[in-house]
Design a protein around this ligand. Structure first.
Ligand SMILES: Cc1cc2nc3c(=O)[nH]c(=O)nc-3n(C[C@H](O)[C@H](O)[C@H](O)COP(=O)(O)O)c2cc1C
Length: 171
């Protein structure tokens, strides 16, 4: 059995090898307007009463608190040219949290959640349920509407860098 510190480091390294898509979970309402960059966006089911998805957000993120209060959010799957937006909502630029939405084009969806312009797909959701697991809220949304952009190429993140998917020829 490895030491706990080694286990954590091995876990982080192992997970860094999974190329994931990059999304910004946004929310608006009485709990405030907020957004956070996530790689934890996952499809749960296309075949329930509504399609559903989940995101895992650190409990210390103001965006998680706002999503839980607003009971709605939008998962904006970023396009491959949207690295700056990923950095903006990950706190990697000098912009204050309150000013992040001034730096991007966005519009409210059918239930008032911020849809980011240029996202390859935006999934506007009502909060279905949430579970606090140690450090993170596992947040499940029922998809209310989907907006697709012209570009199907999503921004990826893997091995600690932004990436794009390339087609592999069959050998
Ligand atoms: C590519 C990428 C993926 C991330 N994925 C997640 C995630 O799934 N969940 C999460 O809580 N934070 C994730 N983060 C970290 C948050 O974006 C970041 O810690 C947070 O936004 C801090 O900024 P803020 O507290 O100023 O909002 C990710 C960051 C990056 C750059």
């Amino acid at each position: 059995m490895p030491e706990l510190a080694d286990l954590r480091a091995a876990f982080v390294e192992g997970m860094s090898r999974a190329a994931t898509f990059v999304a910004v979970a946004t929310t608006d309402g009485e709990g405030g307007r907020a957004g956070v960059t996530v790689s934890s966006l996952t499809s749960v089911s296309a075949d329930g009463e509504h399609p559903s998805l989940l995101v895992c957000i650190n409990r210390q993120s103001p965006a998680a608190t706002a999503i839980l209060q607003n009971r709605a959010f939008c998962a904006n799957l970023l396009a491959e040219d949207q690295q700056e937006i990923a950095n903006l909502f990950a706190g990697r630029s000098a912009t204050d949290r309150a000013e992040r939405f001034d730096r991007v084009d966005w519009a409210a969806g059918d239930i008032g959640q911020p849809l980011l312009a240029g996202a390859t797909a935006s999934f506007e959701c009502r909060l279905a349920t949430a579970l606090l697991w140690e450090t993170h809220h596992v947040i499940i949304g029922r998809v209310n509407m989907v907006r697709l952009s012209g570009s199907g190429s999503a921004l990826l993140y893997g091995q600690r860098a932004y990436r794009r998917a390339i087609h592999l020829d069959v050998k």
